[in-house]
Design a protein around this ligand. Structure first.
Ligand code: S3P
Length: 427
């Protein structure tokens, strides 16, 4: 059912705990299933993507119990997984699809991985190629480059691999396969990407060494069950940050937000734009976290590119929206990866914000936005992409007419309860 939104210059006040980090939640299930013993997770994200991960591991015979945002995973380790009798349905989740390929390649059984229409369009070659170099047997459409993919588990060998794209999913899939491969795998990442896999594997007892841009991991390591605390997702917080920045007179507090430095590019960006905000650290070891206080601000346009991009890749839809309210020009470049996200996020963001009157132009690897421009009401499309849905909802706060969102349900992929949280800040 479409959602109709119309606000009259709302002022946002109050405190929100955004749901758990999506990347960390996925990994807590996967690594809990790889470890022997009982892993407990608190603050787990009950979003559709992470529920897909749970359902896949249940099909491998792993016991996973949910109690609100607490999860218990009971496993004998990967050696105890059994051949799934049905397709492993990864839904809309790229992280589930890609990281699982690394794990399934190293089993001794057959499995099939497939997701929704969006997953069927997303490139898997970037995962399948290095895994094949390790000896993996993976087949599928277009020489195994698109789902559905059939995997016959087999013995793998270590590789030395330089990532051709800055992708934590590719890095993680290879790292996970490497834990079960013979020998020592070296992965070089030209630009640093989110390091949740390395941090959490260390927490579960694996030895992963980094020197400069090279990550070294030995095969045959055993993981031991542990407890995982999931901080709030900065990628979800980003939409609330955007909401507070662009609505005059607003001041909000976001508690316990994950502030792993590989994810905080959004904070660097709003700082450079001149935003009035504070960060009070709540945890400094392992996965860092902080409370964030954000006030509406007069902002200026900036240039965003280079090594900053992987640190804010999922935040570009909301950054583009914020940029429509900045004084001057914002240029986003080196972000061609956006073209292969849940949808082509360069085209989708540009088309949707332009409908509301934004001065925004697509480039091959990003976009150029001139501001500030008042936004008008419009009929917004999500393309089934959760972040496009949230961008439209936040944009409606400053629009001078009604905004309709065609498919608001997709927001639950990463932020169930998003509209309720937004409403709570407005009331
Ligand atoms: C993720 C990595 C990123 C990010 C995605 C989650 C992860 O994807 O966009 O939302 O959990 O590793 P890429 O590895 O494709 O950049």
């Amino acid at each position: 059912m479409p959602l109709n939104l119309e606000y009259k210059k709302p002022v946002l006040k109050g405190t929100i705990q955004v749901p758990g980090d999506k990347s960390i939640s996925h990994r807590s299930i996967m690594f809990g299933a790889m470890a022997s013993g009982k892993t407990t997770v608190e603050g787990f994200l009950l979003g559709a993507d992470c529920l897909s991960t749970i359902s896949c591991f249940r099909k491998l015979g792993v016991t996973i119990d949910l109690d609100g945002d607490r999860v218990t995973i009971t496993s004998e380790g990967a050696a105890g997984w059994k051949e799934p009798a049905a397709i492993l349905d990864t839904g809309n989740s790229g992280t589930t699809t890609r990281l699982m390929l690394g794990l399934l390649a190293a089993t001794n059984f057959h499995s099939v991985v497939a997701g929704d229409d969006s997953i069927a369009k997303r490139p898997m070659k970037r995962i399948v190629e290095p895994l094949r170099q390790m000896g993996a047997d993976i087949r599928g459409r277009q020489n195994g480059h698109f789902t559905p993919l059939a995997i016959q588990g087999t013995k793998l060998s270590a590789i030395n691999y330089t990532l051709p794209v800055a992708s934590a999913q590719v890095k993680s899939a290879i790292l996970l396969a490497a834990l079960y491969a013979d020998g020592i795998t070296l992965i070089e990442e030209p630009v640093a990407t989110r390091d949740h896999t390395e941090i959490m594997l260390g927490h579960f007892g694996a030895v992963i060494k980094r020197s400069g841009n090279t990550i070294r991991v030995g095969g045959g390591q055993k993981l031991t069950a542990n407890h995982v605390k999931v901080p709030g997702d900065i990628s979800s917080a980003a939409f609330m940050i955007g909401a507070a920045l662009i609505t005059q007179g607003s001041e909000i507090r976001l508690t316990n937000v994950g502030t792993n430095p590989t994810r905080t590019g959004i904070l660097d960006v709003i700082g450079q734009m001149g935003a009035d905000f504070e960060m009070e650290e709540t945890a400094v070891e392992g996965e860092r976290s902080a409370d964030l206080v954000i006030r509406s601000s007069r902002l200026k346009g900036i240039e965003i590119g280079g090594a900053l991009i992987p640190r804010l890749i999922d935040e570009i839809p909301v950054i583009a929206l914020i940029a429509t309210q900045c004084h001057g020009t914002t240029v986003i470049k080196d972000a061609e990866e956006l073209r292969v996200k849940e949808t082509d996020r360069i085209s989708a963001v540009v088309d949707e914000l332009a409908k509301m009157g934004a001065d925004i132009t697509a480039t091959s690897d990003g976009m150029i936005i001139n501001g500030p421009t008042p936004l008008t009401g419009a009929e917004m499309k999500t393309y089934g992409d959760h972040r496009l849905g949230m961008m439209a909802a936040v944009a409606s706060l400053t629009a001078d007419g009604p905004v309709t969102i065609d498919d608001p349900d997709c927001i639950a992929v990463s932020y169930p309860g998003f509209m309720e949280h937004l409403k709570r800040l407005i009331d």
